[in-house]
Design a protein around this ligand. Structure first.
Ligand code: AQP
Length: 325
């Protein structure tokens, strides 16, 4: 199986969307790298306690999923200085113009004097995250494609100037996976940084709370369980969730619950969610009670990650003209 390079931001509590769309597909194959990209979480102001708690929670989930086993590693990006150093070197290769055209910056940063320099420059940090590990392919959603294109441009420009340093990665857009929506506003994506706590199911929250959120999920006024994202976004979202976690396709779910009433359908979906996520929830919550052990896993991952990343930084620095001791 291929080596994976996957990162997740500690920007809030891990959601069911993160689990279904990403984490549940991540496997510890030899040589794979799984990072908590915590440096990305400070481009907007965040209370230190919230950052700390977010990092520990994401780390606990990665370790609960055993992603640090079988020759693959789990680490904190902030624990491997090569990421920040490579980002600086590449910032001196990147152009203001290309960063100004990044969608996120255009949407949320441009014209706002108080936006952080980090918010402007974070796509270069992302390029560094990828280029440090010689990833040949990067699986990304359509919305992240622009970042991989920037990464390619920076790699090609640096290779042109300084020699053959970087593998130029190709974006791979996975065949459409489930995009889980908020249970309260099923037209919006379920996200970590949400202001809609009732619509966002958290991976580590108590089972009863999860059940309650499903029972109050927004549906519609008719009472038929049918997959129709345009006219029945709430029901369709529940069918996506049930199908993703049960392994049984959404038509089979719809067929079985077509006339059972929304209440019974929601209860059934809640049970699948609670049961299928119970092992990771239990393990992650247990691990969170032993932060030192969790950080020891990250430390060991960081040592391995640094062994892979440092030579790449050294090679670029030398090619740029920095003397080596
Ligand atoms: N609702 C979702 N449905 C399916 N997949 C999802 N992912 C996130 N939300 C959903 C996937 O989870 C991974 C985590 O990526 P990330 O932490 O780098 O950031 P993100 O995509 O921006 O995730 P969030 O939860 O929406 O965080 P915030 O609120 O900080 O922006 C990715 O693979 C993503 O596709």
């Amino acid at each position: 199986m291929d080596q994976a390079l996957s990162f997740i931001q500690p920007t809030g509590h891990v959601t069911l969307g993160n689990y279904i769309g990403a984490l549940s597909h991540w496997k510890p194959t030899p040589g794979s790298v799984f990072g908590v990209c915590d440096l990305h979480a400070i481009t907007v102001e965040r209370p230190p306690e919230a950052l700390h708690a977010g990092i520990m929670e994401v780390l606990s989930v990665l370790v609960a999923l055993d992603l640090h086993t079988n020759g693959s590693l789990v680490f904190l990006q902030s624990g491997v200085p090569a990421h920040a150093e490579m980002a600086w070197l590449l910032e001196c290769v990147a152009h203001m113009g290309e960063l100004s055209r990044m969608t996120q910056f255009k949407a949320k940063g441009r014209g706002n004097d108080a936006v952080s320099v980090g918010f402007f420059a974070y796509p270069v940090l992302m390029a560094a995250d990828i280029l440090l590990y010689d990833a040949a392919t990067v699986p990304v959603g359509e919305d992240q494609k622009q970042h991989v294109e920037l990464t390619r441009d920076l790699a090609l420009r640096a290779n042109n100037r300084y020699g053959d340093i970087f593998t130029v990665p190709d974006p791979v857009i996975p065949t459409v996976g489930a995009r889980i929506m908020s249970l309260r506003t099923p037209t919006d994506k379920m996200s970590k940084s949400t202001d809609d706590p009732d619509g966002t199911v958290l991976l580590l929250e108590p089972a009863d709370k999860i059940r309650k959120k499903f029972l109050s999920a927004v549906t519609d006024s008719d009472n038929e369980v049918v997959y129709d994202p345009e006219h029945k976004p709430g029901i369709s979202n529940l069918l996506e969730i049930a199908a993703a976690l049960s392994g049984e396709d959404r038509d089979a779910w719809a067929q079985r619950h077509r006339t059972s009433g929304y209440g019974a359908f929601k209860r059934a979906v809640a049970e699948v969610v609670v049961e299928s996520t119970a092992p990771v929830r239990q393990r992650a919550n247990d691990l969170l009670a032993h932060p030192d052990a969790l950080l020891a896993v990250a430390k060991s991952g960081q040592e391995s990650a640094a062994r892979r990343a440092n030579p790449k930084v050294a090679r670029l620095k030398q090619a740029m003209g920095f003397p080596t001791a």
